[in-house]
Design a binder for this molecule. Sequence first.
Ligand code: DX5
Ligand code: ZN
Length: 245
Amino acid sequence: MIEIIPAIIAEEFRELKKKIRLVEPYVDWVHIDIMDGKFVPHSTWSEPKKLKDINTNLKIETHLMILDPFKTLDDWLRAGISRVIIHWESLKLNPEGQLKKITEKVKNYKSQIPEPQRSQRGKPLFHPSLRLGRVKKRIYPLRLGVALNPETPWQEIKAFVKNLDLVLLMGVNPGRSGQSFREEILPKIKALREFSANLNIEVDGGVKPENIRKIIEAGANILVAGSAIFEARNVKMAVEELRQR
Ligand code: DX5
Ligand code: ZN
């Protein structure tokens, strides 16, 4: 199945909330871009603890364009997201060792969520952090994705692919929305698809109605789009147009 996911870059919480509300009726997932001003020049809203206040049914993935993602990983895991995506290039020292550590952490996260407490009548009383039934649904299962910049060969993470839910191939240099898709990514998508038939291959950056077909034909099954959705006059039609191509 092909999934279209709107990409949100927000300067502050209000903007994030507004954009989520805008796409909520038309999609199942939302992709939140998080930037730290170090891994990429820009910085964005980044307050995992506030995310629950949005109270949405959408599944959330956070695309962490930040250095040292391990540092804030716990906060994101607790935020009730469904998938966390880190950049392979952000793991500077001993990237293999760090990715292993991150994989373990995400895999074991489920067991760190407090068990629901039982009320006297035997009905489960959820832990305060899970007080909304729908937040709980979003937490399981939690998935890990690894993003690769356009220049990074996918073979660098070949040994890890089997442990990942998803590989995100950037179609542009990370950092901002509205850039043109780099066609040289197409053979990379194809090669990764040949290597793994079942992997989720997500493409982010420069996805438009004009090129989405090519990207899907190369082997991508999850397409992230920022400007094609948020700069359209009609968000609903923009999502439908991407779906129909
Ligand atoms: C780029 C971000 C993308 C971006 C997509 O750094 O990771 O998610 O917002 O925007 P468009 O679709 O406009 O390239
Ligand atoms: Zn992104």
